[in-house]
Design a protein around this ligand. Sequence first.
Ligand code: HEM
Length: 270
Amino acid sequence: METLTTSPLIRDDEIFLRMNLAERIQHILLIVSFTLLVLTGLPLMFYELRLFKSVFSFENAFAFRGLLHRGAAVLLIVDIVWHTGHTVLTRRGRDNFRELMPRAKDARDAVSLFGYNVGLARWLYRKGILRGFFDRHPFWRFENPPEYGRYNFIEKLEYLSVAWGSLVMILSGFFMWNVELSLRIFPLWVHDIFVIAHGYEAMLAFLAIIIWHMYNVHLNPEVFPMSKVWLNGKITGHELKTLHPLEYRKILAERQQAQKAREDRSGAAR
Ligand code: HEM
C-alpha cells in the first residue's frame, strides 16, 4: 500500500464540507425524534420497571406519553420525507447515496479490519509460521487497516440500518396507531406481528445507537471525545487523509489534473 504523504495541493488545515446545513438539520431532527420515540416507547414495553413507573406517575401520564410518541413519530416521518426528497432531487444527495451503497470492497474491508485488529496473522508471519501462504496471499497478513472512501463499511451499515429500521417502525407504528384500519385490512395475527416487530426493532435500534453509533462517533480513539462533523459539517485535510484516504486521493488526482491543464494552457500561450 502506498503511504499517503501531505501534498501541497491539499493542506492539512484545509476545510472540506462533509455534511451541509440541510444534512445537519436532518441529522438533528433524527436525534430529537428518535430520542423522544425511545423515551416514550420503551416505558410502555417495560412498564413494570420502577424507574418508568415513577417517571410516568402523574395524572394522565399514559395519555401524555402516547401523545408525545405520536408527535415524535410525525417529526420522524417529516424528516425521512425531507431526506428522501434531498436524496432524489439534489445532485449532492444522489452522489452521497451512491457512495453509501455497499460494494464487494466493503465485505473485504470488514474482514480486513477484523484481521488487522486481532493481529494474529501478522504475529504468525513474523514468527515464520505459514510464511509461504502469507507470501502468496499478502491480503491475509492484515498488515494495515483498510483504506476507505467517502464512507466506510460501518457508516454504510449504519445508514442502511436506519433506513430499514425507520421503514419497519413507520409501517408497524402506522397500523398500531390506526388499529381499526389495520384489522380491516389484515387478520389479527398480522397486526400482532406489527406490535411484536415494533417493540423488538425499537430495542435493537436503541442498543445499536447506544453501543455502536456512540462508540464510532465518540469513543473511537480517532475522533475522541467527539466528531464535530454533525455540528459544523467540517472535516480537515488531515482528517480526510487519515479517515478517508481514497477520497483524499481522488480529490488530489482531480487537483493534479487541473494543475497540469493550467500549466499546459500557460505553456501553449507563451
Ligand atoms: C424508531 C422510532 C421508534 C421507536 C424506538 C418506537 C418505540 C416504541 C415502543 C418500544 C413501543 C411499545 C411497544 C410495545 O409495547 O410492545 C411503541 C409503541 C407505539 N408506537 Fe412506536 N416507536 C418508534 C416509531 C414509531 C412511529 C414512526 C410510529 C407511528 C407512525 C409509532 C407509533 C406507535 C404506536 C401507535 C404505539 C402504541 C402505543 C402508544 O400508544 O404509544 N412509533 N413504540
